[in-house]
Design a protein around this ligand. Structure first.
Ligand code: ADP
Ligand code: MG
Ligand code: MG
Length: 213
């Protein structure tokens, strides 16, 4: 199996790591409003562990699927929170769907994004409007598959999807939490966006920008 796309996946994880590092404090403060304040540190621990695992896999010559399985497993294990378990499952599912081939089509990319969505929705069981990362994830996946169906390039489709995710993340400020730790503190959460939706939007934007280079 080719390791070329495994290297690209490692780079994409490093982009996610960079944006999490940049926003670690902000995400923690946002989670402290109605949650337990650990979203920044949790995302940081998870993505750091994912990058370390991916680097090790890549050095050992692993293909894409194996690399993302290792990264996802470590993300879930080391993040120690709800969002970490969800991100870990998502990363692993993307690898499982893509496999380790020599080349990929636009349809493969759409299938990968659908797998990412399904992994998070299946594990977390949140619905649209529950005020979770799913509120950014669903518009991301919908926008991406429409853009790909319309013949858009990978980079342009990712960019459109990231924009939809970031907008939807901002819009979660108006929602009242129905899932996760913020639910009992619903009133405090009103007027502030969901931390997991915000981090999803930030990572999507950063990975889309990377794909455009
Ligand atoms: P924890 O809540 O365990 O402290 P984090 O603070 O890292 O974990 O993550 C909180 C985020 O996880 C929330 O802002 C929300 O976006 C997301 N989340 C919580 N529960 C769910 C769920 N059931 N499905 C999807 N996302 C969820
Ligand atoms: Mg938290
Ligand atoms: Mg926590």
């Amino acid at each position: 199996a080719s390791t070329a796309l495994a290297a690209t996946a490692l780079d994409a994880l490093k982009e996610a790591q960079a944006v999490v590092v940049e926003h670690e404090e902000t995400l923690g403060k946002l989670d402290a409003i109605a949650g337990d304040g650990d979203h920044g540190i949790g995302m940081r621990r998870g993505v750091d562990a994912a990058v370390a695992a991916a680097e090790k896999s890549h050095a050992a010559g692993a293909g894409l699927e194996e690399l993302l399985a290792a990264a996802g497993e470590q993300w879930a294990e080391r993040a120690g929170g709800t969002s970490g378990a969800l991100w870990g499952a998502a990363v692993t599912a993307v690898g499982k769907t893509l496999g380790s081939k020599d080349s990929y089509t636009a349809a493969d990319a759409a299938a990968a994004v659908n797998a990412l969505r399904d992994a998070i929705v299946t594990l977390g069981k949140a619905e649209a409007g529950d005020k979770t990362m799913v509120d950014a994830l669903l518009p991301f996946a919908d926008t991406f598959s429409k853009a790909i169906d319309d013949g858009g390039s990978l980079a342009a489709s990712l960019s459109a999807a990231a924009e939809a995710a970031a907008k939807a993340a901002d819009a979660t400020a108006e929602l009242s939490p129905k899932k996760g730790r913020a639910r009992p503190l619903a009133e405090k959460s009103l007027g502030h966006p969901d931390p997991g939706a915000v981090s999803f939007g930030l990572i999507a934007r950063r990975v889309a920008d990377y794909a455009a280079t």
